[in-house]
Design a protein around this ligand. Structure first.
Ligand code: AMP
Length: 216
């Protein structure tokens, strides 16, 4: 978990490489639905463009169908879900139903000004979704992805007004989940303002202290 710009995607991808687990990012799944012009995508787009959350029901269904498949049997990494208390409760219920539990919730913390500066310089590859930052992690050739030379674009919801709204939504709707997971003893707070490799090392050190499902 983390506010927009906290580095959720970057850190989740590093953890995915460490643990080789399926990775589900609700934001990525929704953007894919929009790109493919599906019904779900058209329902989600107006909320996302405004910086609002899409409906709990919609994202819970999206996650449910991904967690019950054999590929998820050894565990999974969730990025950007849950984002409301209703989603956290639904996830808990869903996991109880399949005899599982959340073992670690990483909360990446950065202040709002840092988040705004990261998001306003973010550029995303239209094809692979790989992200760059014009100042902190610039591509080799301006406007082109290093990996496949595709065009780099600004995400619709990275416009300044929308970013402010997303930050407000995060503090109102998502931060209340912290106490939900604190009560369950699984919340790991991490300073997200450091360099990505330092944040990653910190997360790995904290995860090493976690009791995994089979020992709970
Ligand atoms: P992200 O890529 O995680 O920043 O998500 C981009 C946008 O997708 C968010 O601003 C929301 O509009 C929507 N979204 C992603 N995940 C969720 C979720 N779990 N619940 C509701 N809306 C979500």
């Amino acid at each position: 978990m983390g506010s927009p710009g906290a580095g959720k995607g970057t850190q989740a991808q590093l953890l995915q490489q460490d643990f080789d687990l399926p990775y589900f990012a609700t934001g990525d799944i929704l953007r894919e639905e929009i790109k493919n012009e599906t019904e779900l995508g058209s329902k989600a787009k107006e909320y996302m463009d405004r910086g609002d959350l899409v409906s709990d029901e919609l994202v819970i269904d999206m996650i449910r169908e991904r967690l019950v498949v054999p590929e998820s049997a050894d565990g999974f990494i969730l990025d950007g879900f849950p984002r409301t208390v209703v989603q956290a409760e639904a996830l808990e219920e869903l996991l109880i139903g399949i005899g599982r539990a959340v073992t670690a919730v990483v909360a990446l913390e950065v202040d709002d000004e840092e988040a705004v500066s990261r998001l306003s310089g973010r550029r995303v590859c239209v094809k692979s979704g790989h992200t760059f930052h014009i100042e902190f992690d610039p591509p080799k050739h301006e406007g082109r992805c290093d990996l496949d030379d595709s065009r780099l674009i600004i995400r619709d919801d990275d416009q300044l007004g929308t970013v402010r709204k997303r930050l407000e939504t995060y503090s109102k709707k998502t931060e209340p989940i912290f106490s939900f997971y604190e009560e369950r003893g699984v919340l790991l707070r991490v300073d997200g303002s450091q360099q990505p490799d330092q944040v990653h090392a910190h997360i790995r050190a904290l995860i090493a202290t976690v009791r995994f499902e089979e020992t709970v």
